[in-house]
Design a protein around this ligand. Structure first.
Ligand code: DGY
Length: 305
């Protein structure tokens, strides 16, 4: 990535081991036209400090850290990195489903501390993934990859809810669209994959958890704020649902005192959906190409809207 950028633009890089402070970042941005980041809030406050800025390229598919209205006002283009991470994130979602259903982290810890349960000890039983019903909320590219894995790898019955029907995907994969409430009521596994917007903020809350089966396993690999986290904690505590697999949280990094971290029926990951070396390198390369194309006006780039 760095080599490619150096071939095309004058580059400065924050390569210190400590994260850059907001003040230092503002200072560095005073004279730049392009900015590559992943997760730094790009809002009016930042844009005011960067009078020459024309393009911000995020090394992520999600871009909820962009204030698009402010960027528009300041004439700054935003770009992101779709496609290259779809399979990797789908793999992670399936692993969260399997881990939560078969209680992998809990049983791993139990085995390692020498607490082996003999014979058919029911304390170690999990639930099946294969042949169960999977409901996907948010049928984008990653949703489709998850559906493929669930259908062809695990013989699951897959349904989805999406703001707009995806007729092509329905036909290709033979999956059905359901109204959200029906999906919540019928699914054994519910995977949330919507981008974070004002419409999807706290999309899943107390009402939605009550609608789910008591045996439901809830997976969130989108953004933490798409869920009312307190409602999730309550639903898990009161056995309103069986378990959860989480890659994202309302606050990141998660507060070490968050009750989710103490629950055995919750599998927690540190927002690593796309984190394999190969995929992260591919995302960095797409981000680099995006910024070069947008700055130099050559070729296409993945602009966010
Ligand atoms: C993204 O790219 O938005 C993902 O959340 C990274 O894991």
């Amino acid at each position: 990535m760095q080599e490619y950028l150096e071939e095309h633009v004058n580059l400065k890089v924050w390569d210190k081991t400590v994260p850059i402070t907001r003040e230092q970042l503002f200072k560095e941005l005073e004279d730049v036209e392009g900015f590559i980041t992943s997760g730094v809030k790009v809002n009016e406050e930042l844009l005011r400090q960067a009078p020459k800025l024309r393009v911000v390229s995020t090394i992520s598919v999600g871009y909820n850290h962009f204030d698009l209205e402010a960027m528009n006002t300041y004439g700054v283009i935003g770009t992101h990195t779709p496609y290259v991470l779809d399979d990797t994130v789908a793999d992670l979602v399936i692993s969260l489903m399997l881990s939560a259903a078969r209680r992998i982290p809990e049983l791993d810890a139990m085995t390692k501390r020498g607490d082996w349960k003999k014979g058919n000890a029911e304390q170690s039983f999990g639930v099946d993934v294969h042949h169960q019903k999977l409901g996907i909320i948010g049928m984008g590219r990653i949703g489709e990859k998850i559906a493929q894995r669930a259908l062809f790898g695990f013989d699951m019955e897959v349904s989805y809810f999406n703001r707009n029907r995806k007729y092509e995907v329905e036909k290709k994969l033979n999956i059905k669209a359901l109204p959200m409430d029906d999906l919540l009521k019928e699914s054994d596994f519910i995977v949330l994959l919507v981008p974070l917007t004002s419409e999807t903020k706290q999309l899943i809350g107390e009402r939605e958890f009550i609608l789910m089966k008591k045996s439901a396993i809830f997976i969130n690999a989108s953004r933490g704020q798409t869920v009312d986290e307190q409602a999730l904690i309550n639903a898990l505590k009161t056995n309103e649902i069986l378990a959860a697999g989480l890659d994202v949280y309302e606050q990141e990094p998660i507060d070490p005192n968050n009750p989710l971290l103490k629950m055995e029926n919750v599998v927690t990951l540190p927002h690593i959906g796309s984190a394999t070396l190969k995929t992260r390198n591919a995302m960095a390369m797409v981000a680099a190409k995006n910024i070069v194309a947008a700055l130099l006006g050559e070729g296409s780039f993945y602009q966010v809207k």
